[in-house]
Design a protein around this ligand. Structure first.
Ligand SMILES: Cc1cc2nc3c(=O)[nH]c(=O)nc-3n(C[C@H](O)[C@H](O)[C@H](O)COP(=O)(O)OP(=O)(O)OC[C@H]3O[C@@H](n4cnc5c(N)ncnc54)[C@H](O)[C@@H]3O)c2cc1C
Length: 470
């Protein structure tokens, strides 16, 4: 009896997996073969943190499938058809993907499969609401968040599906997930080439990439923190946010499962709203694929380039700017492949408005280092900060790094954790540029790379000049 191939991508789980249910239905008593194809071109740009997480998540999935996961490396347009031929599959089922790269790849795979007489059926998405579904009265996608959010909330969230009853089929060969870690890595190109100018150590502590860890994180957040989320989510140090983003990014959890687990408290509603930001940015990119690297609403503000700009980028990327909260965020990113949302906003603002660098450089560095890197959330998040995206924070709103630290890390705990040379520096100096001008306790902590007040004025001058030019 012909088998069905379930092609896993950003959906590395068995629970609430609509494509898997569909594959089991189509198989109708026959086996389902589960397959993941590592595209070397994508792996090459993934950054070490994401490669490690992916290898861990695939190892865990393979174990949960009693070793039946078929893992191959190569161009999916070739490899998916090859696996179909090996196992006798006449149909491939996958969760729909909506990023520019994902859609382009799926079109190529579909063409290759069609030529071999095999169907590709795309089911569901990695979002609460599939990109492209929520439309304004005129039928176009929403350009700002609030009306999108209102319309999306009206659609409701279906309850999660259990694991379907099925029998896993096998293929003659598969590589071990750990082999991904030694796969060759291509040098970054385009906006990402700036990353080659920085030599940074690999992350020291990444989240555990397993179904068990994802559920444990969700349970801990649901039982201990979600009720306070609306007020605590901006506190830099502590347990105010869920830290679920890597599990959502790789689909170890579907956001439907998260919504179902969190209930309806004020905190849960605030959290649901953040999940809708994730959906919204995917929707924006679906309608405007060029928004990945192009300004949605260009301001024309001049950015710096050249050796000094590259040197300042390096200081920023390595957490050596002399601004304690900025350095704490950047060092958290280096060590954990993650960063608190408030710190992401602050560090991004510092790169754009204090260092006058192109937001694409910062977005590229985040892409290189984040475990949860998502093209839509990251690049639209950067555009928001740079004042060129949807709902953009106006360019003239410039974060003051010291005030941000005082407000969101009032006891200096975040700074003490990530910038250990400042841990013994008393407040308020611990949060000030250069730790208050060189405290005895600040060790080798650098002097500020720039003066915030001066650079704020420069940023506003450049904005005014850009307005005159337009
Ligand atoms: C410059 C910049 C870059 C970012 N890059 C990414 C990225 O590459 N990948 C990513 O998942 N998020 C990104 N974000 C959004 C946000 O910072 C992270 O989702 C969040 O910090 C993840 O931590 P958490 O799971 O504890 O978040 P929580 O506060 O617990 O939020 C729950 C979930 O909601 C979603 N979410 C929350 N805030 C946002 C937001 N502003 N935009 C989109 N989704 C959101 C995420 O899926 C997150 O896991 C970025 C934000 C900024 C300002």
């Amino acid at each position: 009896m012909p088998t069905t191939l379930l092609w896993f991508r950003r959906d590395l789980r068995l629970e609430d997996h609509l494509a898997l249910h569909h594959a089991a239905r189509l198989a109708a008593g026959s086996s389902v073969v589960g397959c993941f194809v590592v595209d070397p071109r994508l792996l090459g740009t993934a950054g070490v943190a994401r490669r490690h997480f992916l290898a861990g998540a695939l190892g865990d999935l393979a174990e949960r499938m009693d070793g039946a996961l078929v893992l191959r490396v190569g161009d999916p347009a070739k490899v998916v058809a090859e696996v179909c031929a090996e196992v006798g599959a006449s149909v491939v089922v996958a969760t729909g993907e909506h990023s520019p790269a994902g859609s382009a790849r799926d079109a190529r795979v579909q063409a290759a499969l069609r030529a071999a007489g095999i169907d590709l059926e795309l089911v569901d998405s990695n979002y609460l609401v599939e990109p492209g579904i929520v439309r304004s009265g005129s039928g176009s996608g929403f350009k700002v968040f609030t009306p999108y959010y209102k319309a999306a909330r009206e659609l409701g969230v279906p309850a999660p599906f259990p694991v379907p009853d099925l029998r896993w089929g096998r293929a003659p060969s598969s590589i071990a997930p750990v082999e991904l870690l030694s796969a060759p890595v291509t040098a970054p190109s385009g906006p990402r080439s700036i990353c080659s100018t920085v030599a940074a150590p690999p992350p020291a502590a990444l989240p555990e990439a397993s179904h068990r860890a994802a559920i444990a994180r969700l349970d801990a957040f649901a039982s201990q923190a979600v009720d306070g989320y609306a007020t605590d989510r901006d506190v830099l140090e502590g347990t105010g946010t869920s830290r679920l983003s890597p599990y959502l990014r790789f689909g170890l959890l579907h956001p439907r499962q998260v919504v179902a687990a969190l209930g309806q408290s004020e905190g849960a509603v605030a959290f649901h709203r953040q999940l809708c930001w994730r959906d919204f940015y995917a929707d924006v990119l679906f309608h405007t694929p060029a928004a990945l690297w192009d300004d949605l609403h260009p301001t024309g503000v001049e950015v710096d380039t050249g050796p000094l700009a590259t040197e300042r980028f390096g200081a920023w990327a390595l957490g050596q700017t002399g601004y304690p909260a900025v350095d704490a965020g950047m060092r958290q990113l280096l060590a954990e492949g993650s960063m608190h949302n408030r710190a992401r906003m602050l560090c991004a603002s510092f790169l754009v408005k204090d260092l006058h660098l192109d937001w694409r450089w910062g977005a590229a560095w985040f892409a290189e280092r984040l475990v949860d890197f998502d093209p839509a959330s990251n690049n639209c998040g950067w555009q928001w900060v740079a004042g060129v995206g949807t709902d953009a924070s106006p360019y003239h709103r410039i974060f003051n790094p010291t005030l941000q630290a005082q407000r969101f890390d009032p006891e200096g705990r975040y700074v003490a954790r990530w910038v250990p040379e400042l841990a013994e520096v008393p407040l308020p100096q611990r949060l000030e540029p250069g730790a208050g001008g060189g405290s005895l306790f600040a060790g080798s902590y650098p002097a500020p790379v720039v003066d915030h007040g001066t650079e704020r004025a420069v940023a506003l001058e450049r904005l005014a000049a850009a307005k005159v030019r337009r």
